[in-house]
Design a protein around this ligand. Structure first.
Ligand SMILES: Cc1ncc(COP(=O)(O)O)c(C=O)c1O
Length: 432
């Protein structure tokens, strides 16, 4: 029997665009409709790939997990941002998902970028982005990385300690600095204020030191924490920044030109969070350019992960759950369960007649480590060995966080597009 071809990215995008051309959205449908189309397209692509696999004869590489990445979803999120927050220039946080296709698409949509390191800066510059559209938003990056960023033409940087101001004076005096505040992030899943940013009083002190050192402080930055759920947080943090802007102005220290409102936005809470930010921006003078660093919002919904069940033990009992072992786990493609504090529940993929009865399963990853637990308990229709499961919202903090511990291969990505605008920006139409 002929073995299915392991698809390359290029082959996947063009072939699937061809097959599913009619699933292209012309941009007029509402977002739920578009999201449904994206889901249908992903299901079709996953099903096609796994249908070709003969589990009795195939090579082991053919039954590895894989992702389906839909550039149409990223395109629509970018448009949604622009519609809701026209005043706020999105700098995509590359750390969240540094796939070159993601960067290329966003660069072609005229986005700006938030980088945390020189490799990220270089990955963005490779796509022809002007360095003035990049912010190095990692105050604790090494001095040598900051110097290298300046050498690449990147000037905007965040700072949050006196030491960094002294470093700036000595090593990178031409930087355009933003003082990073630490706002209340108590309702966010990833609490960045524990590690970054400074208090309001400390920020005032830093402004005096910076002035004394003759540094070019251009504004204020903050991050309300990643995966934020407090819809008041953008308002409160922006008002805190506004007080610092006023302080700098009133004391004759600086007249700021930039406010960086960070990331933290999710797909589900985007509208109320954006409304909260917009309400606060009424208090920020129009002369101030407002920028943000969204990561998760842009990419999370665009990626789905398909995994196969290696083993299932209906006689086993893991605290009332039947143990299932799948071929991706928290050390590999489901790294977001640990590094990003996410809960991901799998769904059963394309079973002809799924049982109406459901069972409770404990899902384990493929390594020999018992820490590799994907979910403690979840309900699914009856699952059998070699069935495929899929996980949704897998675009954020998965790909860059996955390791190959135990020699477990990371998923390859099959690219698709549910949006003609995205395909043509990437030049994929030419392949059809
Ligand atoms: C400085 C900075 N900016 C932006 C982001 C992106 O945040 P999010 O994915 O919540 O939008 C992060 C995430 O850790 C970050 O540390």
């Amino acid at each position: 029997m002929a073995r299915p071809q392991i698809t390359t990215k290029k082959y996947a995008s063009s072939a699937i665009d061809k097959v599913d051309n009619k699933l292209h959205d012309h941009g007029s449908g509402d977002s739920r409709n578009s999201h449904e189309k994206s889901w249908q397209l992903a299901m079709r692509v996953m099903t096609k790939r796994i249908e070709k696999i003969d589990v009795d004869t195939c090579e082991w590489e053919e039954v590895l997990p894989f992702m389906v990445g839909d550039v149409g979803e990223i395109y629509r999120q970018r448009q949604r941002w622009k519609m809701m927050l026209p005043r706020v220039e999105a700098h995509y946080a590359v750390k969240c998902n540094p796939e070159p296709t993601v960067i290329r698409l966003l660069a072609r949509m005229n986005s700006s970028f938030d980088c945390a390191s020189i490799p990220e800066v270089e990955a963005v510059l490779e796509h022809g982005v002007d360095p003035s559209k990049i912010i190095l938003a990692h105050p604790r990056a090494s001095v040598r990385q900051k110097v290298a960023a300046i050498n690449h033409g990147v000037r905007q940087m965040t700072v949050d300690t006196k030491q960094q101001l002294h470093d700036a004076k000595k090593y990178f005096p031409t930087a355009k600095l933003l003082i990073r505040l630490a706002p209340d992030d108590s309702k966010s899943k990833c609490r960045l204020s524990a590690k970054f940013g400074c208090s309001f009083d400390k920020a005032k002190e830093l402004l005096h030191v910076a002035k004394h050192e003759g540094l070019d402080v251009v504004g204020i930055a903050f991050h309300i924490g990643s995966d934020a759920s407090d819809t008041q947080a953008p308002f409160n943090a922006t008002m805190l920044a506004r007080d610092l802007i006023n302080y700098a102005e009133d004391s004759g220290l600086y007249s700021f030109s930039v406010l960086d409102v960070g990331g933290g936005f999710t797909d589900h809470l985007f509208e109320p969070m954006a409304a909260s930010l917009k309400a606060a921006l009424e208090f920020i003078p129009q002369s101030i350019r407002v920028i943000a660093e969204p990561g998760r919002f842009m990419v999370s919904s665009a990626f789905r992960l398909a995994c196969q069940v290696n083993d299932i033990d209906y006689e086993g009992n893991n605290e009332g759950n039947i143990p299932i072992h799948i071929n991706a786990g928290v050390y590999s493609d489901l790294a977001n369960v640990i590094s990003d504090h996410q809960v991901r529940i799998p769904k059963l993929l394309c079973k002809q007649d799924p049982s109406s009865e459901s069972f409770r399963y404990r899902v384990w990853g493929p390594t020999c480590d018992n820490f590799d637990e994907v979910v403690k308990s979840c309900s699914l229709p009856k699952v059998s060995q070699h069935d495929w499961l899929y996980f949704e919202e897998m675009g954020a903090y998965t790909i860059p966080c996955a390791t190959e511990f135990n020699g477990i291969r990371r998923a390859d990505i099959m690219w698709v597009s549910s949006e003609r605008g995205a395909s043509s920006l990437l030049g994929w139409d030419a392949d059809i």
